[in-house]
Design a protein. Sequence first.
Length: 175
Amino acid sequence: MQCPVCSAELPNTAKFCGSCGTTLSPQAAPTPPPPTYQPQPPPSPGYQQPPTAMSSPPSYGYAGGTSPVKKKYKALRLIAVLLKILSVIAGVGLIIAGLVMAVAGAASSSRTSTSPTFTEPGPAALFGGLVGGLVLIVYGVFVFVFLYAYAEWMYVFMDIEENTRLTNEMLSARK
């Protein structure tokens, strides 16, 4: 390629001339010719075109099929439901216990006593009550998440087994 101003020899990928500094405009790529349309002759009278796609999917027991897949492991499903219920009860109970502990610690540090035998709890009770309550709240959230996730994993494995059976039925029906 040559520079249009100073006629210096340049590589084809140059964007400007190294001799005179002229900015080179990119050369447009040649456009391919438009495709030509060639009509196909009509098929002969006895010819049947092979099917390219199925008109409707066969029914294998999925999404509106005729026979639903039988649910197995009823005892595991019951255990998973009970675990979810237990996770909610345990999580809420531990969070409430943590809140009560934090409030009790805060309330005990603000009490004043006129009795000479009773010593005031002081800041240690406030600190212990609040920290203990916070730890109990975090533990309650952890217990809830762990038990709920465990129940969900049980459902995941049961769904994997169900999908494996469904795939086996679909493949057996194709033979």
